[in-house]
Design a protein around this ligand. Structure first.
Ligand code: FAQ
Length: 319
C-alpha cells in the first residue's frame, strides 16, 4: 500500500498521473495478460515481417540497395528481440511465446501475409508498412508499461530511416521509365488498403481498445491512428505523381481530415484468421528457421551450464 491506497488504487493513480508501470510493480492480472498479448504479437510481427523483404535481398538492383535492405531487415529482427525481452519481463518465457506464434494462437500483423512480388513492393513496404507502423509506434512511446515505452523510442528512430528508404525507392521508380512508373503504381495499389488494415478493426469492433485506452497501454484509438496515416499518405502520393487507389478520398474542410472509402473487412478477418495468401508459408518458414537454429540454443545452454559450474567451483574454493 502507498499512502493508504490499495494496490489497485495505487496502480490506477500511477496510470492517471502518467507514471510508468515497471516489471516489479503490482499490476492487475488482466493488464499483464493484455500486455503479453499485444507486445508479443508486436514482436512476432517484426520477426515474421523480415520475410517479405528478405525475399528480395539477393535480387536487389544494386549494391547500395542491397546493403540498405540487408540492414533494414536486420533492424526488424532486432526490434523483435527487444520486444520479446520486454514481454519476458511480464513473466512468460521465450519458448512459450514462440510456440504460441507457431501453433497459431498468437497473431502477427496481417500485412505480412501479402506477397512481395516486385522490387517496387520493397519500396511500398518501407514507405507504407513502416510508415503505418511509425504512426502507431510514436503513440506507443507514451504507453504506460515502462519496458514497452522505452523499446518504442529506440525502434521509432530506426523505423523512420526504413520509411525514408522505402519512399526514396518509390520516388526513383515513379520518376523513371513508364514501366518503372507502372510498377510503382501497381505496388501502391496492392499495399495501400492492407496498410490501412494494420491499425486493426473499427473502434466499435475492437475487443481490446476500451480497456487498453483506460490503462493507457494504447494512447490513441485504431480509427484515430488510421486517419492520421490516411492524411499523411495522401500528400505523399501526390508528390510521387501516382494515382490514389481510393477513389472516394475527399478533403473534408470541416473535419480538417480526409474522408476515405470503406475497407474490405471480410478480407481483413480472412487474413487474420489464417487464410491470407502467405499465412501458411510464413509460419512454415519460421518453424524451419527455428529448427535449424536449435544447435545455437543448445550451444548457448551448454556454455551457460559450464559457466555456472565454474562459478560454483570458484565460490567453494574461496570459502
Ligand atoms: N493484424 O481489439 P483489437 C511493423 C487482432 S510492426 C493482425 O483492436 P488491439 C514493423 C488483434 O490482435 C506492425 N491482427 O486489438 C515492420 C486482436 O486479436 P487477439 C505491428 C490484428 O490489440 C515493418 C483482434 O484483432 N505493430 O510493421 C490486426 O487493441 C516492415 C481485435 O483487435 C504492432 O503490433 C492486424 N492488423 O489493437 C516490420 C503495434 N489488428 O489478440 C517488418 C502494436 C487487430 O484478441 C517490416 N499493436 N488484430 O487474438 C497495436 O497497436 C494493437 O495491437 C493493434 C490492434 C492496433 C494492432
Amino acid at each position: 500500500m502507498t499512502d493508504g491506497l490499495s494496490p489497485e488504487d495505487n496502480f490506477m493513480r500511477k496510470i492517471e498521473a502518467g507514471e510508468k508501470i515497471e516489471p516489479k510493480d503490482w499490476m492487475p492480472e488482466a493488464y499483464r495478460k493484455n500486455l503479453i498479448r499485444q507486445i508479443s504479437q508486436h514482436a512476432h510481427s517484426e520477426v515474421i515481417g523480415m520475410q517479405p523483404e528478405g525475399n528480395w535481398i539477393t535480387r536487389a538492383p544494386s549494391l547500395r540497395r542491397k546493403a540498405v535492405l540487408l540492414s533494414k531487415v536486420q533492424d526488424e529482427g532486432g526490434h523483435g528481440l527487444y520486444l520479446y525481452s520486454a514481454t519476458e519481463t511480464l513473466g512468460i518465457s521465450r519458448e512459450e511465446l514462440i510456440s504460441a506464434l507457431q501453433d497459431g494462437s498468437a497473431k502477427y500483423a496481417s500485412i505480412f501475409n501479402y506477397p512481395s512480388q516486385t522490387w517496387a513492393d520493397v519500396g511500398a513496404i518501407g514507405w507504407l508498412v513502416d510508415g503505418a507502423a511509425i504512426v502507431n509506434q510514436v503513440s506507443l512511446q507514451r504507453t504506460s508499461y515502462g519496458p514497452y515505452a522505452r523499446a518504442m523510442i529506440r525502434i521509432c528512430k530506426e523505423e523512420s530511416f526504413h520509411q525514408r528508404q522505402g519512399y526514396e525507392i518509390m520516388l526513383v521508380l515513379a520518376q523513371g521509365s513508364p514501366e518503372q512508373h507502372a510498377m510503382a503504381q501497381d505496388a501502391l495499389n496492392r499495399f495501400y488498403w492492407p496498410s490501412l488494415m494494420m491499425f486493426g478493426p473499427h473502434d466499435a469492433e475492437s475487443a481490446h481498445s476500451a480497456r487498453s485506452m483506460q490503462w493507457k497501454i494504447k494512447r490513441e484509438t485504431n480509427d484515430d491512428l488510421r486517419q492520421k496515416f490516411v492524411d499523411q499518405t495522401a500528400q505523399q502520393i501526390e508528390v510521387l505523381g501516382l494515382e490514389h487507389p481510393d477513389k472516394d478520398l475527399r478533403w473534408n474542410e470541416a473535419r480538417g481530415h480526409y474522408d476515405f472509402g470503406a475497407l474490405d473487412w471480410d478480407e481483413f478477418y480472412n487474413v487474420i484468421n489464417g487464410n491470407g495468401y502467405a499465412n501458411r508459408q510464413r509460419i512454415e518458414h519460421h518453424v524451419q528457421a527455428h529448427e535449424e537454429g536449435a544447435w545455437v540454443r543448445a550451444a548457448m545452454q551448454a556454455y551457460r551450464d559450464k559457466q555456472r559450474v565454474r562459478q560454483q567451483t570458484t565460490t567453494q574454493v574461496a570459502a
